[in-house]
Ligand binder design. Sequence first.
Ligand SMILES: [Zn+2]
Length: 312
Amino acid sequence: MSYESKTLKQFGMPAQKRVERTLLRILLKYDGAIKEFGAGEKIVGEIANEFALTERQRAAFLETIYRKENRLKKSNLWHRLLFRSADSLAKENLVSRPSETLQLTKRREWMLTEKGFDAALRLCDVPISEKENLPTKSFEVQKIVNKLIESPKAQDYDPFDKSKKVVKKTQQAVMRNRAFRLAVVEAYEQRCAVCGLKIKSPDSIKWEVEAAHIVPNCSFGRDDICNGIALCHLHHWAFDVGWFTLRDDYKVLASPEIQHLPTDFGKIGGYEIFRVLADQRAKIHLPSRSQIHPHRNALRWHRENIFHQQCL
Ligand SMILES: [Zn+2]
């Protein structure tokens, strides 16, 4: 038995397999990515709490002799166990290594892979179909997110994706749809572009805000960040049915029909949600980089095809 295994046993540390499973589970809670395990990292204490580790176990260390430098190095036993567990998950291709993630996100993190994401969902008894609704990143989807954010959009941008006419969805198309949602929601900082609402579920896993297509999916709109906008449920619905649209200067244009609505229509308490749209003169909340703002070609299509201009 190695010195490390002996020390783990001596301190009664949890079995590595159990730590691996906990890591996978906890990754879901952290949107799919966690930093390396060092002193002061929240996650280190959080998992230790799950295993009810004692102070003695948390403070235990290993002594390693570095022959080359002829010095003794002490390393924290618990951090090392976490690292070994993550390393083992990486060998099974369930997470990416911090060195790989760094190239993608500029952050040294362990990030779930698609395979790891599925495994984590199984461990948490969450159906795989829920995948679409979670803000969890995966290494493969993050790659697509990067492409969506970086690719420049030409003047003659075409917001239609002809490949969507194919009935059977490929795995790539499913991942691209998730990447679209993650990219849009993150670019708008989880906030509705119209009303600024930013709320999430009590377990911190789901944001209320949605990634709306400007040219909708059913009209073969592209899963592109500039064919997208982050909206709360209510404004997403109102945008999709044409109660309002956006002008080229990103100001809300409300349907004139709103003026003719009965006063009790769309009222929450004293707040008239639709009339507020008609009065809204300011620009919507947009990401700081103009490159990823909604494209004019997509907005024009929405104004011409979805928006209700005519008074009844
Ligand atoms: Zn809203």
